[in-house]
Ligand binder design. Sequence first.
Ligand code: AHR
Length: 493
Amino acid sequence: MMARIKIDTDRRIGTINPNIYGGFIEHLGRCIYGGIYEENSPLSDERGFRKDVLEAMKSLRLPNLRYPGGNFVSGYHWLDGVGPKDKRPRRKELAWGVIESNRFGTDEFIEYCRAVGTEPFLCVNLGTGTPEEAAAWVEYCNGTDDSYYANLRRANGHPEPHDVRFWGLGNEMGGFWQICAKNAEDYAKTAVEAAKMMRWVDPSIKLIAVGALSYANPPSWNLEVLEKLAGYADYIALHIYVGNSDYYNNVAAPLVAQKQIDLFNATITVALTDKKVPRTEIAMDEWNVWYRTFGSELEERYNIADALVVAGFLNVMHRNCATVTLANLAQMVNVLAPIVTNGRGMFLQTIYHPLKLYRDHCLDVVLDAFIDSPTYQSKIFGELTSTGEGTPLETVPYLDVSATTVENAARLVLAVINRHKDKAMKTEIDLSGYPPNSNGVVYEINGVAAEAENSFDEPDKVKTVEKPLRGVSSKFTYSFPAHSVTLIELTRI
Ligand code: AHR
């Protein structure tokens, strides 16, 4: 059967907020130390930043970067990580069971963000930390008065404020694994007090409240948190890690994000119905494929199937651009990461390529694409350690599409995933009378097999290949190869 994709440049869903292309780095395994930061390495600059990693980060054009955790932040006192490096305390770190040297802290992170060209996003400690400590951190970063913490920043060599706009109100506080985990009521009480104090220091900051974790909390978590934080929480955090060793289950997994987004949106509507406050938006501030590695390193090796999952997540975010307005791939270097280092160099994992491709080529206005594709039956996994027992089979289309354009529709980009493991998908693409130039461009991420991975020895086994596309008209056919991500870029005559 021939598949069909039909789009109409007048049928628009909304506009993508570029903040969905954000990243995340945590004091975890080799993400910071040995990843982005390696003092005294010949590969690092005078600040200790790994130059090769910095270039790879820059190339992704991340709009924002979340830090310092993750689970780590629930036991982190930010004052440990400022001032002269040799005087900073070495602490026993309880989230991941290691010793934290604190040689990389707030000022180094801000400097790193400036070097990458991205906006900092700090997450505060609402585990062992207090609202007062969180507000002091805002003052340290953003304060302009002649006051203690603003002066401390100046004394540490930063006369100008760091101007941190995004602030997370804790991390995954409803998870039993979190340092000083809380129930929804206790979390909401602490988060409101922290939000009040942080906003009194700087009214312009944007706050992200902790949302329910599908594998740990009932949806009532969100109801309690959204009601109590109405008017404070600009966003509610949705964390999603997916993955499965079965290829077809794995590539279907981003569809769990759609279910979670629907659930979050329904709860936001209910919680805020009678409240005269702006609608809380969704921040998918941790998302990725994660199912192979556990412990304290989390160095997942990614293959082509995982690149399809990452592209699938981005397609879901595009289709939900009206409510998902911030997102952070977790994480960036070594830990669940697109960039992998050792003492001699680095390589890019398969998942790096869809991130860069989408950021560089997808446009901002999302179209409501009609897709008629053959389907398969799959279990859709949204839980880290799920065995799938009891999970029902669901219908999954082989093709998954994001269609984007610009305001005046002069350009058009179709991002198409073919989940079929063995077969190309011949597809009729109907642009509803849109007159494209007959020459377009195709970008394809693929490899010899769905299991293909990159490595230090073979860094370019999987990459983006650019090809010319000829003979395009307002209705044309294209064959999407098995296990591939394809972007078709068109312009109007
Ligand atoms: O990204 C790895 C971990 O996953 C983070 O520390 C935590 O927030 C989540 O459970």
